[in-house]
Write a protein that binds this ligand. Structure first.
Ligand code: IPE
Ligand code: IPE
Ligand code: MG
Length: 617
């Protein structure tokens, strides 16, 4: 393979709307034979690696297929490198790392001598894919799974999600770029998560024999425990009654998980057909797993051609109808500067910078680790009064409040806070006049567009309701969350269109649904079950809830998480706050004695009276 520089037909220099056609797809690879060959390799690898996935790609418009092949072929190669039998786990991990490192260099060069990477480089540039979110998935190798135990479904899900969701998100991004968004209504998020679970479980069951041959059993303990003896039998390759019962239970669970008819409502019909067909293929695959019996432990069951055709033939008809009605956006010429797309862990870390210092030169106080809060939540109040006192419009107050928030984030990073949650717009704030609401939302959109923390180690999250918010804002929030998901220093959650009671209501709805599906028994419902069904189950409890602005109420903010928070109310208005006020709040927290309902141990020796108050956590 040569590294011929890419030539792009002039006609493709700007994005164009066109009906999906094979000619358009061919034009995408231009005159460059090396590139055409590279995409051909990707197509072949996809077909050989997973014929069912290949068939699903064939349901997509022709213009999208080469990009899908490139992504899927890359995923397959990494999967193979990570799974290679008879190779030591450390060596497998090194091979994955080498492939990923080479991709990084190829992205910088805009070409590659490896066909799959060449096609992926072209795809990333052409469709403006941000491959950052693949970082975690690429670094993750099956070798990691050696010795990995999943205590429960939650741990299993977290592991699987890191592997599969970033790739699915890339495909969703492609659809979005093409103008046929595979939009996931945010109120269908739970359906999506279940679907991903079901897909992954189907995959694990299909590959059971291959994994077992390597001593891997990629199922959670929680699933194995009700079937005593099944784990040992499986690891010894023995088909027994508990193994048979376990498999029946798991295929039923996977079938239920992939059956999510509501998930595709509101999507482009073509995208919906692709997902519905994926679900039908998985159900057929699960039938094959059930029918396999003891052979499940010796070879992966494959769908018969007839079973596959029964699903795919009608889907082909429906999808070609759906796409023929849709003009799609063809991407412009590939942008060469895609090096920032996939930083290696080292490059990524060195690309991040520390926050700018405070103009006064102030440095954070030294806080003992056991006095440091994990999670500080802030009600950023007083913007309006700050502005009114200065004869300015309330919008000016919100603008000044944004600048204060920047400095607080810098201060949070400097002091080493792990979680900072900022209340920016409440579900009650819609009661304000349209002009003010519009100004607040426009200010938030501007923040997202400018992304002031892009070079900082900040992982963004959003908590709140999508309804009522501009679609552009919602998409930008989701994108930012996705793009920064690998960052680790500070998790910054923006509460936008957030209401605590709504969050509780949503959680109750999720629990009811889980009870209906048999995942939760209402008679045994625990606080932990409730917490697991919150929209952000991984958000830790709030240790310190700070409200500047001279009001002493919590205004529907984080009722679950802040149930035992230390409250700290201060008189100054939010735009006057900076990182030093955050550090002061944290210092004050360190002086508090948190009892959580217990009686503190009596102070016995005189020296103890001089020691600081007991641990605040
Ligand atoms: C907080 O400041 C910001 C938002 C609620 C969006 P306010 O706008 O509530 O300011 P005051 O309380 O009226 O001064
Ligand atoms: C709470 O402040 C909401 C935000 C800071 C985003 P408000 O100013 O809206 O709350 P109330 O009206 O004082 O309760
Ligand atoms: Mg207020």
């Amino acid at each position: 393979m040569t590294t011929t520089p890419q030539r792009t037909p002039a006609a493709l220099d700007t994005a164009t709307r066109t009906r999906p056609s094979r000619a358009a797809a061919r034009a995408l690879t231009g005159e460059d034979p090396a590139l055409r060959g590279a995409y051909r390799v990707c197509r072949r690898v996809t077909r050989v690696h997973d014929p069912a996935i290949y068939a699903l790609v064939q349901l997509m418009p022709a213009v999208l297929r080469p990009a899908c092949w490139a992504l899927l072929a890359a995923a397959s190669v990494l999967d193979d490198l990570a799974d290679e039998p008879d190779v030591e786990p450390a060596e497998r991990a090194a091979r994955v790392e080498a492939w990923t490192g080479a991709l990084q260099q190829d992205l910088a060069a805009g070409a590659s001598t490896d066909p799959i990477r060449y096609a992926l480089v072209d795809t990333a540039g052409r469709w403006r894919l941000d491959l950052t979110s693949l970082q975690g998935a690429m670094a993750r190798t099956r070798a990691d799974a050696h010795g990995l135990r999943f205590a429960d479904w939650a741990a299993w899900r977290a592991w699987c999600n890191k592997e599969i969701v970033p790739w699915v998100d890339q495909v969703r991004h492609l659809f979005e770029q093409a103008g046929a968004p595979m939009t996931l209504r945010l109120d269908r998020q739970a359906d999506y998560e279940h679907f991903v679970d079901g897909a992954q479980l189907t995959d694990v069951l299909t590959d059971l024999s291959t994994d077992l041959a390597q001593g891997l059993l990629l199922l959670p303990q929680e699933a194995l425990e009700p079937f005593p003896g099944a784990e040992g039998d499986l690891l010894q390759g023995r088909w027994s009654p508990p193994v048979a019962a376990l498999i029946t239970e798991l295929t039923a669970l996977a079938r239920q998980r992939v059956t999510r008819p509501a998930m595709t409502r509101g999507m482009h019909p073509g995208a919906g057909i692709v997902l519905d067909t994926a679900a039908s293929l998985m159900r057929a695959q699960l039938d094959a797993i059930d029918a396999a019996g003891p052979t499940l432990l010796t070879r992966p069951p494959r769908l018969s051609l007839v079973a596959r055709a029964r699903v795919l033939a009608p889907a082909r008809l429906r999808s070609s109808m759906a796409w023929s009605l849709t003009p799609l956006t063809m991407p412009g010429a590939p942008r060469p500067a895609v090096t920032a797309n996939l930083p290696s862990p080292a490059a990524r870390d060195s690309g991040l910078r520390p926050p700018p210092p405070h103009p006064s030169g102030a440095r954070p106080p030294q806080i003992a680790a056991d006095r440091m809060p994990t999670h500080v939540a802030v009600i950023m109040d007083g913007n309006g009064r700050w502005a009114e006192q200065r004869g300015l419009s309330r919008s000016e107050g919100h603008r000044a409040g944004t600048a204060a928030a920047h400095d607080i984030v810098y201060g949070a990073l400097e002091i080493g806070l792990r979680h900072l949650t900022l209340y920016a717009f409440s579900t009650e704030n819609w009661k304000r006049n349209t002009e003010e609401v519009t100004a607040i939302l426009a200010g938030l959109q501007k923040e997202l567009d400018e992304d002031p923390f892009r070079d900082l180690d900040v992982r963004h999250r959003w908590s709140g309701r999508p309804d009522g918010l501009p679609e552009e804002l919602v998409q930008a929030l989701v994108r930012l969350e996705r793009r920064t998901s690998n960052r680790t220093a500070l998790t910054l959650t923006a509460c936008i269109n957030y209401g605590g009671r709504h969050e509780m209501t949503q959680t109750a709805a999720a629990l009811l649904q889980a009870a209906r599906e048999g995942d939760v028994d209402p008679r045994l419902l625990s606080e932990a079950d409730f917490a697991r069904h919150l929209p952000h189950p991984d958000m830790p409890d709030v240790d310190l809830l700070w409200r500047p602005g001279d009001e002493q109420r919590t205004s529907n903010f984080l009722p679950w998480h802040a149930a035992y928070a230390e409250l700290y109310f201060t008189p100054g208005h939010w735009p006057d706050m900076d990182r030093r006020d955050l550090w002061q709040a944290i210092t004050e927290y360190g002086r508090r004695q948190r009892r959580h309902g217990a009686v503190p141990a009596p102070l016995t020796s005189p020296e103890k009276h001089h020691s600081p108050p007991s641990c605040p956590t």
